[in-house]
Ligand binder design. Structure first.
Ligand SMILES: Nc1ncnc2c1ncn2[C@@H]1O[C@H](COP(=O)(O)OP(=O)(O)OP(=O)(O)O)[C@@H](O)[C@H]1O
Ligand SMILES: [Mg+2]
Length: 217
């Protein structure tokens, strides 16, 4: 039996629990991003034996990368980098508040900023994130006698940046698709589908977490 051991500082867990409780909810299960991501993949995608798929979740300040082989996690790596780098670069370049830099990143117009110059700033702020991803992919390849990665599935806020998936594909040489966490989930009509589709890649971890039940294995 292969066993995965996960350790987390109590402080971190307690902080999450208190946020959930303060919002009036009662947490039943605590899970790890990488496992939730894997569960999201399992319910939405066809799993082929021996096929390596890299799941990438790039948020505001963390990258979680896991590689699944035949749907089972064989490699995970977290790094403390994320799309805050883009926000900070926009703040510096255009002398903006955090809020305005966030708006600019999402494609909104900001006074006195030429929208044509935004892409370049975002691109250069992406470099650190991209080289971290390339390093992880190369590390995986080197430890597995150059096993091929068939595709990258991209989740998290970075997936919403124009062209980000294409840039990852270019740098890693691996076909990269934006995650579709609601692919196999029936959504009641009362919800606005276009709004859900717009933010879908940010919801990957939440969908994976929502698949868990108290007492499951
Ligand atoms: N439409 C958008 N276009 C570009 N970036 C966006 C968009 N929406 C959100 N983001 C960015 O995505 C990031 C948040 O992504 P996500 O929700 O995946 O992160 P998180 O889970 O909150 O953070 P972390 O996992 O790092 O703790 C923020 O940096 C935010 O600015
Ligand atoms: Mg996250």
């Amino acid at each position: 039996m292969d066993v995965v051991l996960v350790a987390v500082k109590k402080d971190v867990i307690n902080e999450y629990i208190s946020v959930v409780k303060e919002s009036g909810l009662n947490p039943l299960i605590v899970d790890v991003d990488a496992f939730a991501h894997e569960n999201m993949y399992g319910i939405n995608y066809d799993i082929e034996p021996d096929r390596n798929v890299a799941l990438l979740n790039i948020g505001a300040s963390t990258i979680n990368m896991s590689i699944l082989k035949g749907g089972i996690s064989v490699f995970t790596r977290d790094s403390s980098l994320g799309s805050n780098l883009h926000t900070e670069a926009l703040q510096r370049e255009f002398n903006l508040s955090y809020e305005n830099a966030e708006k600019l990143k999402r494609g909104e117009l900001i006074e006195n900023v030429d929208p044509d110059s935004v892409g370049h700033v975002i691109e250069s702020a992406s470099e650190e994130i991209l080289s971290e991803i390339v390093r992880s992919v190369e590390y995986y390849r080197s430890t597995t006698m150059h096993e091929d990665i068939a595709e990258v599935i991209l989740s998290g806020g970075c997936a919403l940046l124009p062209n980000f998936a294409a840039i990852i594909a270019e740098k890693t040489g691996v076909e990269t698709k934006v995650a579709e966490p609601f692919r196999n989930i029936r959504i009641p009509k009362k919800f606005d589908l276009s709004q859900i589709n717009e933010i879908a890649p940010i919801m990957s971890i939440a969908v994976g977490l929502a698949m868990r039940k108290q007492g499951d294995r």
